[in-house]
Design a protein around this ligand. Structure first.
Ligand code: NAD
Ligand code: IPM
Ligand code: MN
Length: 350
């Protein structure tokens, strides 16, 4: 069999540290020769050295990969040496848009024994296991806006959210399909009481797709109220579908209540398989802990699990998840291990 062609972008900060552990686990589970990995040196350092963020030639090579594993890109939120958004827009979002990653999959499960800020009576209600299907190619992320009278007291800055019927319907449909493979419940999060145009479109298309899935129970919450229920009654959620920015925000909170950002995995999926899908932890480059060898690589390892699943290695994917979950459960009361110690342990277990 020809090897699976995996493109690897470590990126910035803790990105390369956690990706190294993801690859360790991948190697351990698939053995030599199954995957051929190609590393791409992209991120802040390359930009500072060459002025390049994502050359077209590299974009063209990445398009030929079977899948992409990404760590994280971006400088510290307060940094002034790298313009804010340069790498986020020019690299990460460019890949999501160019490769039509319209399904941004972000599962959240509270694994046994994992510390959570949730109150005991909330936990008594049962398992927390939901999947956010975040739209990945539209909304406020399109870069549709600008400033006029820039730098004056009369400056006006606009960011216009783009929501197409085509783009909304395809992600809603994908989310309904996923609900049928889970607990048959789906919740739309939006804010149609204020965002009447975009919210109205989402609501109408959600309802028309719902008519094709009579076995799926539907629900709707305004995004602000959803933040309450995520903390007071997270068991009410199975599949959540929402737009790009709401999905970004809700998945950081989802991570925080299910064991922390160090555990949250994601897949940027191109369901049509016209382009490679891209797998990455939900977290960023964590400049505050970069270079110390203490970042939790579990989110990246679980993202490798999602990658394996996507590529048809279902049995291997299940083993990665099982080993990661066992490792997470065994952490209780133990001293914090280094990034590589966690990777070693999970790699040994798979
Ligand atoms: P962040 O996710 O990088 O960090 C938030 C907090 O979580 C920090 O305290 C950090 O130390 C902690 N944290 C994150 N990952 C962790 C891990 N694996 N183990 C232990 N702790 C972890 O978010 P931020 O500080 O808002 O962003 C930093 C940079 O990353 C910014 O430039 C931002 O644009 C970028 N970013 C990139 C991605 C991505 O590439 N997918 C995602 C989010 C943020
Ligand atoms: C994420 C990140 C990105 C996003 C940024 C860095 C562009 O926060 O993957 O969650 O907003 O999607
Ligand atoms: Mn985010």
């Amino acid at each position: 069999r020809t090897p699976v062609n995996l493109a690897v972008i470590g990126g910035d900060g803790i990105g390369p540290e956690v990706v190294a552990e993801g690859l360790k686990v991948l190697d351990a589970i698939t053995g030599p020769g199954t995957f051929a990995t190609t590393r791409y040196d992209l991120g802040a350092a390359r930009w500072q050295r060459t002025g390049e963020v994502l050359p077209d030639s590299v974009l063209g090579e990445l398009a030929q990969a079977d899948a992409i594993l990404l760590g994280a890109v971006g400088a510290a939120p307060g940094a002034t040496d790298v313009p804010s958004g340069l790498l986020e827009r020019g690299l990460l979002l460019k890949l999501r848009f160019a490769f039509d990653h319209y399904v941004n999959l972000r599962p959240s499960r509270l694994y046994p024994g994992v510390p959570t800020p949730l109150a005991g009576d909330v936990l008594d209600r049962g398992e927390i296991d939901f999947l956010v299907v975040r739209e990945g190619t539209e909304g406020l992320y399109c870069g549709n806006g600008g400033t006029v009278r820039t730098g004056t007291p009369h400056e006006i800055a606009t960011e216009v959210s783009v929501n197409t019927a085509f783009g909304v319907e395809r992600v809603v449909r994908d989310a309904f399909e996923r609900a049928t493979r889970r607990r048959n419940k789906i919740t739309l999060l939006h804010k149609h009481n204020v965002l009447v145009n975009a919210g109205g479109l989402w609501r109408r298309l959600f309802e028309s797709v719902a008519a094709e899935y009579p076995g799926v129970t539907t629900d709707y919450l305004h995004i602000d109220a959803a933040m309450i229920f995520l903390v007071t009654d997270p068991q009410r959620f199975d599949v959540i579908v929402t737009d790009n920015l709401f999905g970004d925000i809700v998945t950081d909170l989802a991570a925080a209540v299910t064991g922390g950002i160090g555990l949250a995995a994601s897949g940027n999926i191109n369901p049509d398989r016209t382009f490679p899908s891209m797998f990455e932890p939900v977290h960023g480059s964590a400049p505050d802990i970069a270079g110390q060898g203490i970042a939790d690589p579990t989110a990246t390892i679980l993202s490798v699990g999602l990658l394996l699943e996507h590529l048809g290695f279902a049995e291997e994917a299940a083993r990665v998840e099982k080993a990661a979950v066992a490792d997470i459960a065994a952490r209780r009361g133990q001293p914090r291990r280094s990034t590589s110690a966690v990777g070693d342990a999970i790699a040994a277990a798979v």
